[in-house]
Write a protein that binds this ligand. Structure first.
Ligand code: CIR
Length: 256
């Protein structure tokens, strides 16, 4: 009972597997990944969520799936429904079975994106009752339409993205719901506004609480600016995941 009184919600994570270094790279310049360091960085990331009050739930690691640690892409949780994605990159489709088991363990109703739709959770940014869905390399128009039907009652806004992997590679939201990111990579004409950042990793926030965000250590100037604005910022070094085009959002799914 104490747990539920103090907790903010549950956080789903998935530990990196031994084949992490073989993960897909599209935008970064391929360099060797230090898997032992990645394991320690993941532990520190999980510890940051835990100390902010999130109860950690671990999906079973998928040792044969190099990118499974990027658990955010495999499913979208919206209220009491988990929508299993259908990754735009077929090399990631083997992650979905384990994500489904994790969603059921969380007690969520399970729906799924079906062929010919593609959708990765990195393209889905929820801000209150609004759901921004990136249309780009990994999520197609059909995927956006299917998601819109499955999360009925929310306002779904498709956003064209370019030059990046996912919508959340380019923009996320602050605790007050304000959008923050890189205007060159998203169609800003459909957005209510966008606070511009100069560091690419400054576009990535995980909202941990009403005035608390988690950011990558690679965005020190943005973190300093947000602290000056009165936000609490926890920074974590995720260099080994950034080497695989990952960002701070992709390592968890928060279930408030
Ligand atoms: C991929 O290319 O699919 C992975 N190497 C990285 C996925 C990162 N996901 C995310 O930022 N949501």
């Amino acid at each position: 009972a104490v747990d539920t009184l103090t907790a903010v919600g549950r956080a789903l994570v998935r530990a990196p597997g031994p084949r992490l270094a073989e993960g897909i790279v599209t935008h970064a310049v391929r360099r060797p990944v230090d898997v032992a360091l990645a394991v320690r960085q993941h532990e520190a990331y999980v510890a940051a969520l835990r100390s902010a009050g999130w109860r950690i739930r671990a999906a079973t690691a998928a040792d044969d799936q190099p990118d499974a640690v990027f658990v955010e892409d495999a499913l979208v949780v919206c209220g009491d429904v988990a929508v299993l994605g259908r990754p735009g990159d077929p090399r990631r489709r083997g992650e979905i079975d384990g994500a489904e088991r994790a969603a059921r363990d969380l007690g969520l109703r399970v729906e799924r994106i079906e062929e010919p739709g593609t959708l990765e959770g990195g393209d889905v940014l929820q801000v209150g009752d609004t759901v921004y869905v990136g249309r780009g390399a990994r999520t197609n128009e059909e995927g956006v339409c299917q998601l819109a039907r499955l999360v009925g009652g929310r306002k779904v806004i498709p956003v064209a993205v370019r030059g990046c992997l996912h919508l959340k590679s380019a923009m996320t939201a602050l605790p007050d719901g304000g959008l923050i990111g890189l205007p060159d990579q998203v169609d800003t004409s459909v957005l209510p506004g966008l606070q511009v950042v100069r560091e690419p990793a400054g576009a990535h926030m995980v909202v941990l609480g009403p005035d608390h965000v988690l950011m990558a250590a690679s965005a020190p100037r943005t973190a300093a600016r947000l602290r000056a604005d009165g936000l609490r910022v926890t920074s974590v070094d995720i260099s080994e995941f950034e080497a695989l085009d990952g960002c701070v959002t992709c390592l968890s799914v928060l279930v408030p």
